[in-house]
Design a protein around this ligand. Structure first.
Ligand code: SF4
Length: 244
């Protein structure tokens, strides 16, 4: 499936251990932008409805649109204009919108009145970087109504136990990644293997997104700048793919 990004607003507040080295703050700092100020996009708020000069949508059908990756879709500052974004999402049933959040507790304050069992083109993904966040956020994810639900174990900071949630049959995919950029914390391959085994056990789709910059495998530490380019990352991928 094709991928696209749509950031209808930008800026966020750090609210969780996984936010410590947030890439939004890292990249904004280089451009002297204050990431803590949340602003509605002046140019791209309606990106999914924009058309090219031939009258075709710039974001074509069957694209997965990573939504609000430079903020949090459920952040308080967006309460006054989030409904406009939902209307845009509803106007593109041919596109899947992936909404990732660390604020799933705000879900029922933020959905449109016609949500019912969830819009068919919306995936709700919850980030769980450590066991405490697993226990806080995943019971809420299981309880909400949504057509597709993902868990993002990213940046994975310690061993976590997803089995009680995967066994529910309500989770469609788990995506795992280590932390990148400056001061990245270590990610241990053993933690990832455990998650993959649990996904296999409960027949949940698994995606190993990236090793992160400081990767520990077989008790050895590796510095990895571009995870898919380096041999240790390739070995890790190969091993995960071999698990049955
Ligand atoms: S919620 Fe996401 S975007 Fe917001 S500060 Fe944390 S990591 Fe960054």
């Amino acid at each position: 499936m094709k991928r696209a990004f749509w950031n209808p607003w930008h800026g966020c507040h750090k609210c969780s251990p996984g936010c410590l080295n947030c890439f939004v703050y890292y990249l904004d700092k280089k451009r002297n932008i204050d990431s803590s100020i949340v602003n509605k996009s002046k140019t791209n708020f309606n990106l999914p409805l924009k058309k090219d000069r031939y009258g075709n949508f710039k974001i074509s059908s069957n694209t997965e649109v990573a939504t609000c990756f430079t903020s949090d879709f459920f952040i308080e500052e967006a309460d006054s204009y989030r409904m406009e974004a939902w209307k845009i999402i509803k106007e593109r049933p041919d596109v899947n919108f992936l909404i990732c959040t660390k604020r799933i507790e705000r879900f029922y304050n933020c959905i449109p009145s016609d949500w019912n069992d969830g819009y068919p083109n919306v995936i709700i993904a919850v980030t769980c970087e450590n066991q405490q966040k697993v226990l806080e956020r995943l019971p809420i994810l299981l309880s909400i109504k949504a057509c597709k639900k993902y868990i993002l174990a990213s940046p994975l900071l310690e061993e976590i136990d997803l089995a009680p949630f995967l066994s529910s049959g309500k989770i469609d995919m788990v995506s795992v990644a280590g932390e990148s950029y400056e001061n990245a914390r270590e990610c241990n391959f053993d933690w990832i293997i455990k998650i993959k085994r649990d996904c296999l056990k409960y027949n949940v789709k698994f995606d190993f997104h990236q090793t992160g910059s400081n990767f520990v495998m077989n008790n050895k530490k590796y510095k990895i700048r571009h995870s898919r380019e380096y041999s240790q990352a390739r070995k890790a991928m190969k091993y995960l793919n071999s698990l049955k």
